[in-house]
Design a protein around this ligand. Structure first.
Ligand code: SF4
Length: 94
């Protein structure tokens, strides 16, 4: 009988914690910044580190933050640089 009570208690606790985590997940949801992914798609993708970042993803994040300019990426073609600059000018942080 004691094991039956323990199983019921664990089921109830599991259900309560599940409901709490579900509500907390909805209330605390942070909408991801898609600009980093968009800029990353426009970079060459060589991950050469020539810009001083460990890869293109780091460069994309810094470009979106405004901490770097796209001119630091030497492999990036001029058309792509202009495209990234135009994108960042158009999609400034709200
Ligand atoms: S220099 Fe350009 S291609 Fe190389 S890692 Fe940086 S952003 Fe990527």
């Amino acid at each position: 009988m004691a094991i039956f009570k323990a199983v019921i208690l664990m089921l109830v606790l599991g259900g309560l914690i599940g409901v709490f985590l579900g509500i907390a997940g909805q209330k605390l949801y942070v909408k991801p910044d898609t600009r980093v992914e968009d800029v990353l798609a426009m970079l060459p993708g060589y991950n050469c580190g020539g810009c001083g970042n460990p890869g293109c993803a780091g460069m994309a994040a810094k470009l979106v933050e405004g901490a770097m300019t796209v001119d630091k990426c030497r492999p990036c073609k001029p058309e792509a640089r202009e495209k990234i600059k135009a994108y960042l000018a158009e999609h400034q942080e709200a």
